[in-house]
Design a binder for this molecule. Structure first.
Ligand code: SAM
Length: 333
């Protein structure tokens, strides 16, 4: 681990760590309990759980090989209690099966990018540093932000910025991108920042933070297929939870939170047709919500941790197996 990377890890404060541990602990108390941390990152949450709950074992998934290497080094003192896996989290079913586990007692998801990814200027996630337009969480595979900007048609670029970034000036920015690339392909984050500045009216530029923030967020979500992966991962994660197992999800963006809310509510609601006089046991809810709505960070957490600003935490416990008529078919390998 180089010094800069170690420093990024030590500065990162896991969001709502105590609350996550509190919610997961009852499910992880028994010997042999396993937690899958679907978003290992720098291993902050995983380390907190390993320290707080004796004997628990954690399987940490991350699609970013650098994060996985860093966290694995950090968590080496826990020996066999930690297993790192390079995967996209929607593969959780295969990961659990490959490890020979019949089910797991906890699942944690702390969505989005890590401070490490934002701090590594060369990866192109940050509008504050000039770097290649990459933004892939797994830099070994898939299209880059430059590929998206240089190949999507103008309408699709505008849609990405509007839907994933809630960018009011999406159409003007998309126009600017297309004009730029008619001369030469976009390659650098600074070129995109200049295009956004030119597309956002001066009066708006003076309010609401950096004008490129929403555009960068939108592109990152598109490049990494974040919402599609989350939509597949939530039912897959619930499927691997043993009865009594608990899932905790932290989202930082309204589209993510909506998917989480929907997936948990689907399990916590009876699937019986409303006109049946008696609810068949097969249609009773298989999840119990552990949070009322979405929990947010309090003042003390916000003072410690600026990343907690937009967090929305939801959690649920499995009450019974998912009835057959609601099971999601496993993805073909
Ligand atoms: C916010 S960070 C997690 C930080 C971590 N909780 C900690 O305390 O250090 C999110 C991590 O999840 C990873 N990630 C995001 N989407 C993923 C996906 N679909 N599959 C696997 N890993 C993903 C990112 O690469 C990043 O390292």
């Amino acid at each position: 681990m180089d010094e800069q990377t170690a420093d990024a890890a030590s500065r990162h404060v896991p969001v709502l760590l105590e609350r996550c541990v509190e919610l997961l602990a009852p499910a992880l108390a028994a010997p042999g309990a396993v937690l899958v941390d679907c978003t290992l990152g720098m291993g902050g949450h995983t380390e907190g759980v390993l320290r707080a709950i004796e004997h628990v074992r954690v399987v940490g998934i991350d699609r970013d090989p650098q994060a996985l290497a860093l966290a694995s080094e950090r968590l080496a003192p826990f020996g066999e209690r930690f297993t790192g896996v390079h995967a996209v989290y929607d593969e959780i079913g295969d990961v659990v099966e490959r490890l020979g586990l019949p089910g797991v007692q906890g699942v944690l998801m702390d969505l989005g990018v890590s401070s490490l990814q934002l701090d590594e200027a060369e990866r192109g996630f940050a509008y504050a540093h000039d770097a290649p337009l990459d933004m892939r969480m797994d830099p070994t595979t898939g299209p880059t932000a430059a590929d998206v900007l240089n190949t999507y048609d103008e309408r699709d670029i505008a849609r990405v910025l509007r839907v994933y970034g809630e960018e009011r000036f999406a159409a003007r920015i998309a126009r600017g991108v297309v004009r730029f690339r008619e001369r030469t392909p976009l390659t650098r984050t600074s070129e995109l920042v200049d295009i956004v500045r030119a597309g956002v009216p001066a009066a708006t530029r003076r309010t609401g933070g950096h004008p490129a923030k929403r555009t960068f967020q939108a592109l990152r979500i598109e490049v990494n297929g974040e919402l599609a992966a989350l939509e597949r991962a939530l039912p897959a994660a619930i499927d691997v939870l043993a009865v009594g197992g608990r899932i905790v999800v932290e989202s930082y963006q309204s589209l993510e939170d909506r998917l989480v809310k929907r997936a948990l509510a689907a399990g916590a609601t009876s699937s019986a047709p409303p006109d049946l006089p008696v609810e068949p046991v097969t249609h009773a809810p298989y999840l119990r919500l552990l949070t009322r709505g979405a929990e947010e960070a309090d003042e003390a957490e916000l003072a410690r941790n600026p990343r907690a600003q937009s967090v929305r935490l939801r959690a649920a416990e499995r009450l019974r197996p998912t009835p057959d008529h609601l099971r999601t078919p496993r993805r073909a390998a």
